[in-house]
Design a protein around this ligand. Structure first.
Ligand code: FUL
Length: 488
C-alpha cells in the first residue's frame, strides 16, 4: 500500500472535529507585561504592578463576538510566571496584587463572560516559568505545573483547548527543565476529555510562523514527527526576538503531499492552526495603537486560513484598564461586518440541484451537498475515475465565492480540483486548486454569472466526499447618491 493510501484512512478524533468547527477564535494576551510594556517578563516584577482598574471581561467577549469569533484563549500564566487566578501553589498571582483588593480572579471573570455569551473558553499555561523556583528541578516543577493545570481544568467549567507554548528563552547557561509532557496530557485527558491539546500537544499543529502565513496546500494528515515537541520548540521563539517567529522563513512548505509523505511510516491527523496578533506585539502597547492590521490584511489571512483548511487564532490584547481598546474594538466590529458583507446569504436556494457523475449509494447522493444536515454528504462511487459534481442554482446567478467542505470525518482525500461555469454552451474554467479538507474558500475578485457550476476532482486519494457547498455574492457598499442635479 502506498503511503498516500494509508494517509487516506486516517481520520480525526471527536475532539479534533469539534475544534475544527470553531474556525475562528481569539487569543487574549493579558498579564504583567500589559503593565510593564514588555513582551517577555523576567518574573521579577512585583505583583503590585498588576492593576487593571476597570476590568470588563464582558466587553472583551462582546468585541470578540462582533468579529464572528467563537472562543477565547486566555494567557492564564505567561513566561513571567504571574498567575491571573489565585493559584494555591504560588504567591506570584492576582491574590497579591491590588486588583479587586487581592480578591480578584481574571480567569473566572473571562470564563464566566464566555459562558454567559455562549462562546468557548480555553487556557494558555506557559510551561516556561521564569519566576517559579522549582523550574529546572525536574519532577518538582512538573508536579507544580500539573497542580496548576488541575486548578485551571477543574474550577472554570468546560475548556475547549489547552494551549502549550514551545517558547523557552533560557540561554546556554540557563535553567534546563525536562517537561514531562505525557503526564501533562494525562491530566488534560482526565479532567477535560473534550479539550484539544494544541501546539506542544498531540491534537492541533502550529502552522510554523506567527505572521498569518499559510501553506498553499494545508494537509491535516502529516508525518508523526511533526508532533514531537522538541521540533516545535526548536522553531518557536528562542529569545525575545520579534523577527524570528513573525517571519515565515523557518516554515517547511510541503508537509502532506504524496511526495512529502512518500517515505513516511507513521502518519497522524494533526490539523493546523494559524496564530497571529492583530498588532505587532502579543501584549498591548499603546504605541502600537496605529499599527493594527488593516481589514484587508485580516481578510487575506482569514481566506487563507479558515478558507485553507486551518483555523485562525487571532490575538487581541486587552489594555491596562482591562478593556479591549477602542481601536481594536472598532477593527473587530468592522471585520465582522466585512465578513457578513462578503458572505451574506447562501445562493443555493430551494430550487438548487446537485448532480454527480456517480454516487456511492442512495444515502450518499449529490443533493446532500446542498442540505443543511451536517452529517449528510455526497460520496462518489469508488470506481469513478474522475468524479464531477454539478451545482445548478436553478437560474442564472451572480456569485463571487464558493465554499467547499470535505466530509473530513472520513478523512482528507482531495488533492486537486477545478471549477468551471457554464458559459455560452461550453464549460469555462474559473479556478484550479489543490486541497479542500475541512473548508476551502474559492474567492473570485470579480463576480461570475452562470446557472451551473461544475467541479472536477482531478486527483484524489480514493474517496471523494463533499459535505457542503455554499455560494455567495458580496454586497456592494452603498455609494452616496449624487443629488447635485436635483439642486439645479
Ligand atoms: C510565543 C510566545 O513566546 C509569545 O510571547 C506568545 O505567547 C506566542 C503566542 O507564543 O511562543
Amino acid at each position: 500500500m502506498e503511503s498516500y493510501q494509508r494517509a487516506a484512512e486516517i481520520v480525526p478524533s471527536e475532539r479534533q472535529l469539534a475544534w475544527q468547527k470553531m474556525e475562528f477564535y481569539a487569543f487574549c494576551h493579558f498579564g504583567m507585561n500589559t503593565f510593564t510594556g514588555k513582551e517577555w517578563g523576567d518574573g521579577q516584577t512585583p505583583p503590585e504592578v498588576f492593576n487593571p482598574t476597570d476590568l470588563d471581561a464582558e466587553q472583551w467577549v462582546k468585541a470578540i463576538k462582533s468579529a464572528g469569533m467563537r472562543g477565547i484563549i486566555l494567557t492564564c500564566k505567561h513566561h513571567d510566571g504571574f498567575c491571573l487566578w489565585p493559584s494555591a501553589y504560588t504567591e506570584y498571582s492576582v491574590k497579591n496584587s491590588p486588583f479587586r483588593d487581592g480578591k480578584g480572579d481574571v480567569v473566572r471573570e473571562v470564563a464566566d463572560a464566555c459562558r454567559k455569551h455562549n462562546i468557548k473558553f480555553g487556557v494558555y499555561l506557559s510551561p516556561w516559568d521564569r519566576h517559579e523556583e522549582t523550574y529546572g528541578q525536574g519532577e518538582a516543577y512538573n508536579t507544580f505545573y500539573k497542580n496548576q493545570l488541575r486548578e485551571l481544568l477543574t474550577n472554570y467549567g468546560e475548556i475547549f483547548t489547552v494551549w502549550l507554548d514551545g517558547a523557552c528563552g533560557e540561554g546556554k547557561n540557563g535553567k534546563v527543565q525536562k517537561y514531562d509532557w505525557q503526564s501533562y496530557y494525562a491530566v488534560v485527558r482526565e479532567l477535560q476529555p473534550n479539550a484539544v491539546i494544541s501546539i506542544c500537544g498531540p491534537d492541533v499543529r502550529w502552522i510554523g510562523n506567527e505572521a498569518g502565513v499559510c501553506r498553499k496546500s494545508e494537509w491535516s494528515v502529516v508525518p508523526s514527527w511533526l508532533s514531537i515537541n522538541e521540533f516545535t520548540a526548536e522553531r518557536s521563539q528562542k529569545e525575545d526576538d520579534k523577527k524570528f517567529a513573525k517571519s515565515h522563513n523557518a516554515m517547511l512548505l510541503d508537509l502532506g503531499s504524496r511526495k512529502a509523505i512518500r517515505k513516511e511510516n507513521e502518519l497522524i491527523w494533526y490539523p493546523a492552526e494559524v496564530d497571529t496578533s492583530i498588532r505587532p506585539g502579543w501584549f498591548y502597547h499603546p504605541e502600537q495603537d496605529y499599527k493594527i492590521k488593516s481589514l484587508d490584511k485580516l481578510f487575506k489571512i482569514y481566506l487563507s486560513s479558515v478558507g485553507g483548511n486551518a483555523s485562525l487564532l487571532l490575538n487581541v490584547p486587552p489594555d491596562k484598564t482591562g478593556h479591549i481598546s477602542k481601536m481594536d474594538e472598532l477593527t473587530l466590529d468592522s471585520f465582522g461586518r466585512l465578513l457578513r458583507r462578503e458572505f451574506p446569504e447562501n445562493l443555493f436556494g430551494e430550487h438548487a440541484r446537485a448532480d454527480a457523475t456517480s454516487e456511492l449509494d442512495e444515502a450518499h447522493g449529490a443533493q446532500n451537498v446542498l442540505s443543511e444536515d451536517e452529517t449528510a454528504y455526497w460520496q462518489a462511487a469508488s470506481d469513478d475515475p474522475k468524479p464531477e459534481l454539478i451545482l445548478d442554482f436553478g437560474q442564472e446567478t451572480r456569485f463571487d465565492s464558493l465554499f467547499l467542505q470535505e466530509n473530513i470525518a472520513t478523512g482528507q482525500q482531495i488533492e486537486a480540483f477545478s471549477v468551471y461555469i457554464e458559459h455560452k454552451n461550453h464549460w469555462k474554467r474559473i479556478g484550479k486548486y489543490t486541497v479542500i479538507g475541512y473548508k476551502k474558500i474559492c474567492y473570485f475578485k470579480k463576480a461570475h454569472k452562470a446557472r451551473k457550476i461544475r467541479i472536477v476532482f482531478n486527483q484524489n486519494r480514493g474517496k471523494v466526499t463533499i459535505l457542503c457547498a455554499l455560494a455567495y455574492k458580496r454586497e456592494e457598499l452603498d455609494t452616496p447618491t449624487d443629488n447635485t442635479q436635483d439642486l439645479s
